[in-house]
Design a protein around this ligand. Structure first.
Ligand code: ATP
Ligand code: MG
Length: 339
């Protein structure tokens, strides 16, 4: 098995919340949004890691921490054995070349006044790779690879002259033209029509194989994890609550939040539907997360310990990590019964 290309080690990212004038006058202490709050896991070289979680759980922030768009408040992000916050000069440049992001919204990601071919070629210019002519040649090739055939016909168009799917192909070409090792795709198909989502996902996975990429996909959509992931990570309120290999995760989800998330997908079977677990309430504030286990106010299995003690992410079987007291208690009960 290959090693980790990227590791998050106890990573936290807190954003300051602006105080109102009145709060300032009354000396109210500055508060923080704990967007990512102590996350530890690795992404293996060559794998597809799918990170799933509700809105506001910190997925995008974590993706940006992985690319050094954000610097952690504490903890470390290690890429290819090196802490990325400490990279400088050529090493930093090389890291920036070898890690890229595919954004959710291709309209926002593309400058409306730049021709799409030039947008694809632009990163080569930033990194001073090749002559103008060579950059154009490479952009043609990359455009062809993402499905523009013949690329000449599309090169000089502006983003608004393309369909949503075509624009996302441009965004993918632009992210891949530098030959990165690691790509974060943040909700890569969420803004597209349902009918073309599968095509764009397939393109991403074909390119992943061809170019030996390591892919971190961020999504609300459990189906993407189900069909494409090697490993799945579940985020809740700034923390990773469960991580497992795909088959294991769907056969044996352990965290009550994961179970609820999976059972929120409609199943065409009335009997199975009766057993569905519905999560109560809203996701709490990331400024003042609940004490103890962050999921406890919404958890149907809550007991005393959950309200006071934060569960650690513990390995429950090969490669399956879960942060939930239920398994400690259950484990102890089982031990007692066996004794
Ligand atoms: N630059 C920022 N400044 C202040 N707060 C931020 C910033 N970025 C994110 N947050 C806050 O951090 C939390 C996590 O946000 P993030 O965008 O990472 O979540 P997400 O899981 O990607 O959500 P979504 O599924 O809606 O994209 C949210 O409460 C958000 O409001
Ligand atoms: Mg997001």
């Amino acid at each position: 098995m290959m090693g980790d290309l990227l590791q998050f080690q106890e990573v936290k990212k807190y954003f300051p919340v602006k105080r109102s004038l009145v709060e300032g006058l009354f000396g109210v202490k500055p508060r923080h949004v704990r967007a990512v709050d102590g996350v530890t896991f690795g992404i293996q070289e060559g794998e597809v890691f799918v990170l799933v979680g509700e809105s506001g759980s910190g997925k995008t922030t974590l993706g940006k921490l992985g690319l050094r768009v954000y610097v952690p408040t504490s903890g470390r992000v290690v890429f290819d054995g090196k802490a990325i916050a400490e990279l400088k000069g050529d090493e930093l440049k090389e890291f920036k070349r070898s890690s890229q992001m595919v954004y959710q919204d291709p309209v926002a990601a593309l400058n409306p006044r730049v021709r799409v071919g030039d947008a694809v070629a632009e990163p080569l210019g930033f990194h001073g790779i090749g002559t103008k002519e060579e950059q154009r040649e490479k952009a043609f090739k990359m455009m062809k690879r993402v499905g523009f055939d013949p690329p000449e016909e599309f090169y000089s168009r502006f983003p608004h002259e393309l369909s949503g799917g075509q624009r996302q192909r441009v965004v993918i070409a632009r992210a891949l033209i530098l030959g990165p090792k690691f790509v974060v795709a943040d909700e890569p198909v969420a803004m597209l029509d349902v009918s073309i989502r599968a095509q764009i996902l397939k393109l991403l996975f074909d390119l992943k194989k061809e170019m030996s990429l390591t892919l971190l996909i961020i999504t609300h959509d459990i189906a993407i994890a189900k069909y494409f992931a090697d490993h799945v990570g579940i985020m809740y309120l700034g923390q990773l609550v469960e991580r497992a290999e795909r088959g294991e995760m769907f056969r044996n989800p352990m965290h009550p939040y994961t179970k609820a998330l999976f059972s929120s997908v409609p199943i065409p079977d009335p009997e199975a539907n009766k057993k569905r677990m519905i999560i109560k309430g809203e996701i709490p504030s990331a400024i003042t997360p609940p004490q103890g286990c962050r999921f406890h106010p919404r958890c149907p299995f809550v007991f005393d310990r959950c309200r006071t003690e934060e569960p650690a992410l513990v390995r429950r079987s090969e490669g399956h990590l879960v942060s939930c007291h239920l398994y400690d208690e259950a484990g102890r009960e089982a031990e007692k019964a066996a004794a």
